[in-house]
Design a protein around this ligand. Structure first.
Ligand SMILES: [Zn+2]
Length: 162
């Protein structure tokens, strides 16, 4: 499913299974359902849609959090990386830029988006470090206190030791 420059309009759709995403497998997060995608390519413009379900590893509470994922992206395709870089430096038109030289595939584009999603800080119900409430109470009572522990990693370490 590699992406090339074409002279006409092409439409395709299909599914990828979670195990096909090799880079995702090296993270703590997961893809939990088939990835449904479709694209329309008109010459050098590619419109890609995809949706799936993710379980994103929350770096605050270390839980896997279920999250719906869908994207709708438009890519501009260039022959060489040089051309692609030149274009992205000079233009801010909201297109994602790809170059044929780097042999992109639909799977790679989707995987890039999913990996990027994993890096976002997620807000979810029940996300609490054990002493969160205590810290909040203390800071509201003594706003000038210099003893407030606000290093989340110190708290994480404590959690691992248990
Ligand atoms: Zn959390």
């Amino acid at each position: 499913m590699s992406i090339n420059l074409i002279n006409s309009k092409v439409r395709q759709c299909g599914f990828f299974e979670p195990h096909e995403f090799c880079r995702v497998k090296t993270t703590n997060s997961k893809i939990v359902s088939s990835v449904c995608w479709s694209y329309v390519q008109n010459k050098n413009i590619l419109k890609l849609k995809c949706k799936t379900d993710l379980e994103i590893f929350c770096t605050r509470c270390l839980m896997l959090v279920k999250n719906r994922f869908h994207i709708h992206r438009t890519y501009k395709i260039f022959k060489t990386t040089h051309e692609a870089n030149n274009y992205s430096i000079n233009c801010e038109d909201g297109y994602e830029i790809i170059s044929v030289e780097e042999c992109p595939t639909i799977l790679m584009l989707i995987e890039d988006e999913i990996l990027f999603e994993f890096l976002q800080i997620i807000n979810h119900a029940g996300c609490n470090l054990p002493d969160n409430k205590y810290l909040k109470d203390q800071s509201s009572q003594e706003p000038d206190s210099k003893n407030i522990i606000n290093n989340p990693f110190a708290k994480l370490k404590e959690k691992f030791r248990k």
